[in-house]
Design a protein around this ligand. Structure first.
Ligand SMILES: Cc1cc2nc3c(=O)[nH]c(=O)nc-3n(C[C@H](O)[C@H](O)[C@H](O)COP(=O)(O)OP(=O)(O)OC[C@H]3O[C@@H](n4cnc5c(N)ncnc54)[C@H](O)[C@@H]3O)c2cc1C
Length: 281
């Protein structure tokens, strides 16, 4: 197996284009485990660690943030600019596994891997993030909501990489919250709820909700959000929104919880997430 250490994104893309069996290597948190388990057999690894562009955090002209793909979860968890609605990303990153995993695991690796039980995808959908993809034919932007297509399957095409994630400016008074329920601290989620919420005069003026570990991709239901907007987030409105989210969910039965158990968690975690974001008693 060959090992490449390019220092520019263009060189990484050229290496990937030249060898369809080559894989990008971010922190290796998942990739090395998959190699050890002989689940993958790449002809080459293209390490992204030396590409400066992928390690940057920049404000966008629109007032949002552009997060480079190689930012570690630990960096995101302590990023002071992830405030207001975008705090949902900071909170999700802070709840990933343990410090050792947070220090090596990366934003781009988590996004590209597309594991529905992982924490960042739901937070990205709730924040209405856009995934910036670089490939042989240039760059393109894909809304997070459309990026995660199926279990471990994303919109990335052959030779493409995640270059960055763009977080938009959130509504003025928005608050983000990530509510994760796991069997033990540091485990993958049994179920999670990512929320970006804004209240105005006691009524919900903006809300985006995405469930993690509730299906093959993050679950978002526009009708559930519509039920909450304009309401005071009373128990009835939350219960109806939760019922819509539950109906759209299709979780797996696994060691982290049965499908029924996960569905039962939806209204409970939604209530907690909205309360933590400042919208419910
Ligand atoms: C013990 C353990 C516990 C974990 N617990 C959690 C948890 O609780 N919650 C959670 O959300 N996650 C968890 N993870 C996942 C972890 O946080 C990482 O996000 C994930 O492993 C990806 O790691 P990485 O960034 O090092 O990518 P790698 O392992 O290097 O790569 C993963 C895959 O993505 C591809 N890839 C990497 N970067 C890019 C890119 N920029 N563009 C295109 N493709 C790319 C690689 O080719 C590979 O296929 C856990 C991982 C481990 C090992």
């Amino acid at each position: 197996m060959e090992f490449h250490q390019p220092t520019t994104l263009d060189d990484a893309l050229t290496l990937l284009a030249a060898d369809p069996e080559a894989l990008p290597l971010a922190g290796g948190a998942t990739l090395v485990a998959m190699l050890n388990a002989e689940l993958i057999e790449p002809s080459a690894l293209v390490s992204l660690g030396g590409i400066c562009e992928l390690h940057t955090i920049e404000a966008t002209p629109e007032g949002g943030l552009r997060l480079g793909a190689m930012l570690s979860h630990a960096t995101l968890a302590s990023e002071a600019r992830l405030t207001g609605g975008n705090a949902v990303m900071r909170q999700a990153a802070a709840q990933i596994a343990h410090p050792a995993v947070r220090n090596i695991g990366t934003l781009g690796g988590a996004v590209a891997h597309g594991d529905p039980s992982s924490d960042l995808p739901a937070a990205l959908v709730a924040a209405d993030a856009v995934i910036e993809v670089a490939g042989p034919s240039g760059r393109r932007s894909i809304a997070a909501e459309g990026f995660f297509e199926d279990y471990l399957t994303t919109a990335l095409e052959e030779g493409e990489m995640v270059a960055a994630v763009i977080l938009p400016p959130q509504p003025e008074s928005a608050v983000g919250h990530y509510e994760k329920f796991a069997r033990v601290h540091g485990d993958y989620a049994t179920l999670s709820v990512a929320v970006v919420l804004a209240m105005a005069s006691g009524k919900c003026s903006h809300v985006r909700i995405a469930l993690g570990a509730a299906g093959a991709t993050p679950v978002r239901v526009v009708a559930a959000e519509a039920r909450l907007i304009g309401s005071s987030l009373d128990a009835g409105a939350i219960s109806e929104a939760a019922a819509l989210l539950t109906a759209a969910s299709d979780p797996v039965d696994d060691v982290r919880g049965s499908a029924d158990y996960r569905l039962m968690l939806v209204p409970r975690l939604l209530t907690r997430a909205l309360a933590a974001a400042g919208g419910a008693p």
